[in-house]
Design a protein around this ligand. Structure first.
Ligand code: NAD
Length: 357
């Protein structure tokens, strides 16, 4: 991989390699863009086979955070850290203390949080060394209920586009995956009177939604073929692919899973041709990051304020549809345009010098 060529192509600001021999820390902090504010993005720990795989993952994810944070209207840029190692075997307190010192050394250019392989006790070690860390217990807490509520609000906006009404009462909604987010999504839909069909791999997760909301359960392999109004991918990425599009029978795709389109260019276009309304993943699932960002509000964290902000995902999804229509582009592209427009507008503002800065 020609690193500088790649960094230049997507205009990354800074990549920081850090290591601490005794603890085994090997991490790459990627800061993609800080036009809007400090780069916020979680830390992922994964046993990458090659160093370059870790770098590429960090680069892609940090750039994704720039778009997500911009689309959510946050005054935050995009960043991400990858720690190379097995999250079940290689962790120790010193590793996260050392990592915290490195984060602190960036002076607030980068703010970290949890991601795959990292838990709150790891982040509490990081917090011992730096204030540039979010998603801690006692503050914003578990992001899943906020992600689910934002997804529900975005789904209503997508329903409005498809049916001319945002009511989900009586709508048949299929939820693929009823884990942390899927459970709360089912709760909101149940409260509004939607007809819910679900699939999951875990019996206990299924039992919970059947007992609490009386949903119908289908096999994970047959879920794509269920005749429904709305399909909500809430488990895996890349589920909008050639095979699924042959059998999917829905008007709307609106769910919380990341990277839903296997090949965005191809499958985003196919969705358009089939007349399906697609609510872009990183816009509809941004409720969790809105909630974490509230920890850095100068007035302190407030769950009620976070919830009101999460509700604006309805307007953000509507804006995506407007841009798609205005520019005659698929909605997944319109989401990028919405994020880029905000960054570009504010980068012009940033050229106005503030006194004593
Ligand atoms: P989770 O692991 O708690 O739940 C995922 C569920 O999907 C599990 O119950 C799992 O058994 C099920 N599943 C896996 N493969 C399946 C299959 N083939 N068919 C049916 N079910 C299957 O994860 P989560 O936190 O609920 O997140 C769900 C999705 O939303 C993920 O793609 C995640 O990246 C995305 N997301 C989550 C958050 C958040 O706040 N948790 C924020 C943004 C995006």
């Amino acid at each position: 991989m020609n690193k500088f060529e790649y960094l230049e192509k997507y205009d990354y600001e800074q990549i920081v390699y850090v290591q601490e021999k005794k603890s085994g820390l090997k991490a790459i902090i990627c800061v993609h863009d800080t036009t809007l504010g400090p780069a916020l993005g979680g830390t992922r720990m994964w046993a990458y086979e090659h160093e370059d795989d870790a770098l590429l993952d960090g680069l892609r994810l940090s750039r994704g955070m720039t778009y997500k944070n911009a689309a959510m209207g946050l005054n935050l840029g995009g960043g991400k850290t990858v720690i190379i190692g097995d999250a079940r075997e290689d962790k120790n307190e010193e590793m996260f203390r050392a990592f915290g010192r490195y984060v602190d050394s960036l002076g607030g250019r980068y703010i970290t949080a949890e991601d795959v392989g990292i838990n709150t006790s790891d982040m509490l070690h990081v917090k011992e060394e730096t204030d540039y860390v979010g998603g801690l217990p006692g503050l914003s807490g578990d992001p899943s209920p906020f992600t689910a509520y934002g997804t529900y609000c975005g789904m209503k906006a997508a329903a409005n586009k498809a049916y001319g009404s945002d009511s989900l009462e009586g709508k048949k909604v299929v939820i693929q995956g009823v884990g942390h987010v899927g459970y709360y999504l089912a709760k909101h839909l149940h409260e509004e009177g939607a007809e819910i069909v679900v699939a999951d791999l875990y019996e206990d997760n299924l039992k919970r939604v059947v007992n609490d909301f009386g949903v119908e359960v289908v096999d994970p392999d047959t879920i794509y073929g269920v005749d429904c109004d709305i399909f909500a991918p809430t488990a895996l990425g890349a589920i909008v692919n050639d095979e699924a599009l042959e059998v999917l029978k829905c008007d709307v795709i609106a769910g919380a899973a990341n990277n839903q389109l296997k090949d965005p260019e191809k499958h985003g276009k196919l969705l358009e041709e089939k007349g399906m309304v697609y609510a872009p993943d990183y816009v509809i699932n941004g409720g969790g990051v809105i909630n974490v960002a509230e920890e850095f509000n100068s007035n302190g964290y407030n769950a009620e304020r976070a919830t009101r902000k999460v509700e604006t995902i309805y307007d953000k999804i509507q804006r995506v549809f407007e841009i798609a229509q205005r520019d005659n582009i698929p909605t997944y592209k319109a989401a990028d345009v919405m994020a880029e427009e905000r960054i570009n507008k504010l980068s012009k503002l940033n050229s106005i010098r503030k006194p004593n800065k």
